[in-house]
Write a protein that binds this ligand. Structure first.
Ligand SMILES: NC(=O)c1ccc[n+]([C@@H]2O[C@H](COP(=O)([O-])OP(=O)(O)OC[C@H]3O[C@@H](n4cnc5c(N)ncnc54)[C@H](O)[C@@H]3O)[C@@H](O)[C@H]2O)c1
Length: 286
């Protein structure tokens, strides 16, 4: 009989919990690790706070005996695959990687040769190779791409969207070397319908920031236009509807309060910070 692989999902939030559920459904033994003990207690009791994950689905996962929510770092021991999906907020308008760093240290303490570590948190290009890899190496004494596999795969979750789910949305995958890419892709091929390999974690990290910055900029544009249109006595909705009849080169965005979700106002700052930091150039447009 083939041995069941052990998957650890670090961070049981909007990104981590759905991945953990998919992991259980794909046959993995899953540890849903979170430092928030209250969240772990609620999950263990079958109570889901994520709208896309019903209590019934969580209960079914618990009933398999292969989903273990835990706040104990020792529960990570012996893992085959670890996915890090912890917050990447801003602090004083700068990227705050402290959650990723802490999570990397916790994963590193249970890392063994041959295992695979994947970062899913949204972040600036270079994080996987410059921050996560070195921390894992420092804690575990193992070299990424030599002793263990390391990669990055951005999350594209769209809460409440019944058509484009984690399973049906193409997933960009990457690794620090060919073997890492192979391992990362093999894992996601077992939980989603389509994976899209790219040549490096940097490409995958920046891909996510391009997607979110694209939305951010276009929502900002249409919100500003909506205000001008009103002053010019033009119906912005009719304008957008008319423009949307163009079959190429236009994508409709609609005005609304704020700039969309809790990620969009934050993620572009990771990109502009990295550009300023590495190139010394202000990313004025973003
Ligand atoms: N929510 C979305 O729609 C979405 C979409 C795409 C990408 N993302 C990105 O995914 C990442 C996670 O976002 P989220 O929405 O799931 O956040 P979340 O706040 O819903 O969940 C994060 C979880 O991580 C836990 N955590 C923090 N530090 C930890 C540690 N050291 N070890 C274990 N658990 C820890 C927190 O307690 C929390 O339960 C972020 O980088 C975010 O930008 C989110």
């Amino acid at each position: 009989m083939q041995q069941v692989e052990k998957l650890v999902v670090v961070g049981q939030g909007y990104v981590g919990l759905p991945l953990a559920m998919h992991g259980v459904e794909a046959g993995y033994e899953v540890v849903g690790f979170d430092v928030d003990e209250r969240r772990v207690t609620e999950l263990s009791a079958g109570s889901s706070f994520v709208e896309d994950i019903s209590d019934a689905r969580l209960a079914a996962a618990l009933a398999t005996g292969r989903y273990q929510p835990s706040a104990d770092p020792k529960a990570l021991d012996g893992f085959d695959i670890a996915v890090i999906s912890v917050p990447t907020p801003l602090r004083d308008r700068l990227p705050d990687l402290s959650y990723v760093e802490t999570a990397s240290d916790i994963v590193g303490a249970s890392l063994r040769p041959g295992a695979t570590v994947i970062l899913e948190s949204t972040t600036y290009p270079g994080t996987t190779e410059e921050v996560v890899g070195p921390r894992l190496q420092a804690v575990a004494g193992l070299v990424p791409g030599v002793d263990f596999h390391l990669g990055y795969s951005p999350e594209r979750i769209d809460p409440g969207n019944p058509e484009w789910t984690l399973e049906t949305t193409p997933k960009v995958v990457s690794g620090v070397d060919d073997a890492s890419l192979g391992s990362v892709q093999r894992f996601y091929d077992s939980v989603v319908e389509c994976t899209v390999p790219v040549s490096s974690p940097r490409v995958a990290e920046m891909c996510k920031l391009l997607e979110n910055t694209f939305r951010h900029v276009n929502i900002a544009l249409v919100n500003e236009l909506a205000m001008f249109a009103s002053d010019l006595d033009v119906d912005i909705w009719e304008v957008i509807g008319a423009a949307s009849t163009k079959p190429f080169g236009f994508m409709p965005f609609t005005p609304g309060p704020g700039v969309g979700g809790h990620c969009l106002p934050i993620d572009p700052s990771y990109l502009s910070w990295k550009v300023q930091q590495s190139l010394g150039t202000p990313f004025r447009f973003v």
